[in-house]
Design a protein around this ligand. Structure first.
Ligand code: SF4
Length: 309
């Protein structure tokens, strides 16, 4: 059984009296100890998908199976135990930390809520997690504004891990940080994955970050998964024209190949009929305007939503 199984999930938003789907018929799984990367340009629905899985946003349709239990419509009383096993790390560490609480109180609250009654046990758990993220317990009586951006993200990670979750949803966890700090936080996440046996859903617009961190990658365009593959397969044999365009737009570290291509063309409209990428696709054919491509399995296990794949 997968740790997380998302089936035909749809999340709606409303504009001018009409409903649009920010997440449109999305299905995927995350296995135990697996890291699944979710990439796409900003506005493609990847953050909404993460928030829907966390039930910070309600889904319109579909299932979110956590260890086989559907939590898509579960009331708050049933969600509480689930919140222990799925935690989130947010993009903006400052906005996600309460400025009026010391780091100690922030880490202690979830332990109290989830029934760790013994103060000595809470102290032990907090000291242990502080050490794991490279903090001395003596700094935990400080407030968020007394820490740098990178340190605040470490605190956000500690808060996510304090209840020993099985799955962590990371929403652009390093994109607000300087490049050198990004590398430190990514290395910390890799170490924590190993130490705690965690699974991750790792959301990022940055393919180089996702490549570094993921076992498998999902590519999202206008609310839909257009390609899903093992990390190596995706980089060696990208099949969807959007995936190829995304890869071509990643800046090269080779000084001789610094030029990157931007994805041209107007972003299409979500929903059918037809392929939502056709307004930007160099390979579009007549059929692409009328038939919505389904996500089809390829012989090597990858899945692609393109008529020409
Ligand atoms: Fe391009 Fe057509 Fe494939 Fe869509 S279905 S990606 S428009 S070739």
């Amino acid at each position: 059984m997968s740790l997380l199984e998302v089936k035909n999930l749809r999340t709606a938003y409303h504009s001018k009296g009409k409903a649009f789907y920010a997440v449109d018929d999305v299905s995927f799984e995350v296995g135990e100890h697996e890291t699944v990367g979710l990439v796409g340009e900003s506005g493609c629905g990847k953050s909404t998908l993460g928030k829907t899985i966390m039930r910070l946003v309600d889904p319109a349709e579909g299932q979110i199976l956590l260890k086989g239990q559907d939590i898509a419509r579960a009331p708050e009383t049933r969600l509480r135990p689930m919140r222990k096993s799925v935690q989130m790390v947010f993009q903006d560490p400052f906005a996600s930390l309460n400025p009026r609480l010391t780091i100690w109180s922030m880490l202690e609250t979830p332990l109290k809520v989830h029934g760790v009654k013994d103060p000595a046990e809470r102290k032990r758990v907090i000291s242990e997690i502080a050490e794991t993220i490279g903090f001395s317990p003596s700094v935990l009586n400080r407030y968020p504004h007394e820490f740098s951006g990178g340190q605040r993200q470490r605190i956000g990670i500690a808060r996510a891990l304090i209840l020993h979750p099985d799955l962590v949803v990371c929403d652009e966890p390093v994109s607000a940080l300087d490049l050198s700090i990004q590398a430190q936080i990514l290395n910390l996440l890799v170490d924590l994955k190993r130490e705690f046996g965690l699974a991750f859903l790792f959301i990022s617009h940055d393919l180089s970050v996702v490549r570094y961190f993921s076992d498998r990658v999902l590519v999202m365009y206008l609310g839909k998964i257009v390609e899903a593959a093992e990390q190596k397969t995706l980089w060696q044999t990208p099949r969807h024209p959007y995936t190829r365009a995304l890869l071509a737009s990643v800046p090269s570290t080779d000084p001789g190949k610094k030029i990157t291509q931007k994805i041209s063309g107007e972003i299409g409209k979500p929903g059918g009929p037809g392929c939502a990428f056709r307004s930007r696709c160099p390979l579009a054919v007549e059929r692409c305007a009328t038939d919505t491509p389904a996500l089809r399995k390829m012989p090597d296990g990858a899945s692609v939503a393109c008529h020409l794949a």
